[in-house]
Design a protein around this ligand. Structure first.
Ligand SMILES: *Cc1c(COP(=O)(O)O)cnc(C)c1O
Length: 373
C-alpha cells in the first residue's frame, strides 16, 4: 500500500478548485459595490427556495442565528421547553437558550437521528416545540415526529444545517415544520468562503418576523416595526453560493457515490457499523454531509489511520449536549453515552478520489484484521 495523505477536509480546495470563477464573482460584485441586501442575495434566496420546494428562504449570517430567529419568531420563549437530540451541535441548544426557552436533550436512535419515542417520553406541560437535527445529511422520520407534535400541540423547527437537499418521502429537510435552518459554513455540503446560513419557511407570518429579526426590525419598506438584530447573509457570499448551487446536484450525486463505495468496501467488517447506504431506504434521500461510523475500538482505529496519513474526526469533539455540565445539563442518556464512545467520521468531500476511499478502506480492513482484497 503506497502511503498517501487523505485529509479529513481540505479548506483550501474549496477555493482553489474554482479559483477563476470565484475571483470573477468577487470582482463583478465588488465593482458594483453590492455588499449588503442586494440583488445577488435576493436571487440566491429565490433559487434556494425553488430548490427546496419551500415558499421562502432568507439569507442570514449563519445557521445558529437562523435557528435562534426561528425559535423567537415562533413565539417560543421563557417558561417553554424545546426537545432536541443530544447528538447535535451545541448551536441547536444555544438557539433555544438565547430565545429564553429551555433546551431538553434526548436520546438518538440507531441511525444517530433523534428517537421519536424519546421525544414523546420527554414531553411535559411546558413543551412547546421539537427541534430535530437532520444529522449527517439524513432526514428524520418526519411522519413519526409530526404525529407526536400533532398529539401534543407542538411546533417543529428543523436544524437542517447539515441537510441541504436531503429528503424524507420526497420532501426536503428544512421544509417540514414552522421553519428550518441551513448552514453554509465552508465544510458544509454547500459551503461559502466564510460564515453563512438561511432560514426556510412556508409560513408568511414566520417569514415576516424572521425578515425583521435579521435586519434591525425593518420591514420590506425599510421601516422599523419591531426589535431586531443584525444577521444578514453577505451579498458577496450569496453570489458565491448561487454559483455553487448550480452544481449542487452533481455534488450530492458524488457524495452518494463515495458513500456507496465505503459500503461496498466495508460492509463485511464486523467491528464497524456503517451509515445506511444510499437508496437502502425508499423513504430517504441522504446527502452524506458526514460519513459517521461506529467502531468498537474507535480510538485505536483513529490512531492507526492517522499514522497512515488519514484524517478522521469525532463529531462535536466527542461531547453530546447532555455531557455539557458546564452549561447546566444533567440528563441521563445511556444510549447516547455508549454511542459516543464508538462514533468516528471518515473523510467524505469533493476533493476525495475513489483511490483515496480505497486507501482509507484498505487501512480500515488491515486495522481490523480483514483481508484487503
Ligand atoms: C454546522 C451546524 C450548525 C451551525 O451552523 P452555523 O452556520 O455554523 O451557525 C448547527 N447545527 C448543526 C447540526 C450543524 O452541523
Amino acid at each position: 500500500m503506497t502511503h498517501r495523505a487523505v485529509p479529513f477536509f481540505d479548506y483550501r480546495s474549496l477555493f482553489s478548485s474554482h479559483e477563476n470563477e470565484l475571483l470573477a464573482i468577487v470582482s463583478e460584485v465588488g465593482r458594483r459595490g453590492a455588499f449588503i441586501l442586494q440583488n445577488d442575495l435576493a436571487a440566491f434566496e429565490e433559487e434556494l427556495s425553488g430548490f427546496l420546494g419551500a415558499r421562502w428562504a432568507l439569507g442570514v449570517g449563519n445557521a445558529t442565528d437562523g435557528l435562534h430567529f426561528a425559535v423567537r419568531a415562533a413565539g417560543v420563549g421563557p417558561g417553554d421547553e424545546v426537545i432536541l437530540s443530544s447528538h447535535t451541535m451545541i448551536a441547536t441548544a444555544a438557539a433555544i437558550y438565547f430565545a429564553g426557552a429551555v433546551p431538553v436533550p434526548v436520546e438518538c436512535g440507531a441511525d444517530h437521528l433523534i428517537d421519536p419515542a424519546a421525544v414523546e417520553a420527554a414531553v411535559t406541560a411546558r413543551t412547546r416545540a421539537v427541534m430535530p437535527t437532520q444529522l449527517n445529511g439524513r432526514t428524520c422520520d418526519m411522519d413519526a415526529l409530526q404525529s407526536i407534535a400533532d398529539k401534543h400541540g407542538l411546533l417543529i423547527i428543523e436544524d437542517a444545517a447539515q441537510a441541504l437537499g436531503s429528503k424524507f418521502k420526497g420532501r426536503c429537510a428544512g421544509t417540514f415544520g414552522a421553519a428550518g435552518a441551513i448552514s453554509f459554513y465552508p465544510a458544509k455540503v454547500l459551503g461559502c468562503l466564510g460564515d453563512g446560513g438561511a432560514v426556510i419557511t412556508n409560513d408568511n407570518a414566520m417569514c415576516q418576523r424572521m425578515y425583521q429579526l435579521r435586519d434591525h426590525g425593518r420591514n420590506a419598506s425599510g421601516k422599523i416595526v419591531s426589535w431586531g438584530l443584525n444577521s444578514r447573509l453577505d451579498n458577496l457570499q450569496a453570489a458565491i453560493l448561487g454559483f455553487q448551487l448550480k452544481k449542487y446536484d452533481r455534488v450530492m450525486a458524488r457524495r452518494r457515490c463515495l458513500a456507496s463505495l465505503y459500503t461496498e468496501r466495508l460492509k463485511d467488517v464486523a467491528d464497524i457499523v456503517l451509515p445506511p447506504a444510499p437508496d437502502s431506504d425508499p423513504d430517504r434521500f441522504d446527502i452524506y454531509q458526514n460519513y459517521e461510523i461506529e467502531a468498537e475500538r474507535r480510538d485505536d482505529l483513529q490512531r492507526y489511520l492517522k499514522d497512515r496519513g488519514i484524517g478522521t474526526l469525532i463529531q462535536w469533539g466527542g461531547q453530546a449536549v447532555h455531557h455539557l455540565k458546564v452549561l447546566g445539563f444533567a440528563q441521563n442518556l445511556p444510549y447516547t453515552d455508549s454511542l459516543f464512545t464508538r462514533l468516528l467520521m471518515l473523510p467524505i468531500n469533493m476533493s476525495l478520489s475513489d483511490d483515496d476511499v480505497h486507501y482509507v478502506c484498505d487501512n480500515i480492513r488491515a486495522c481490523c484484521g480483514y483481508p484487503i482484497g
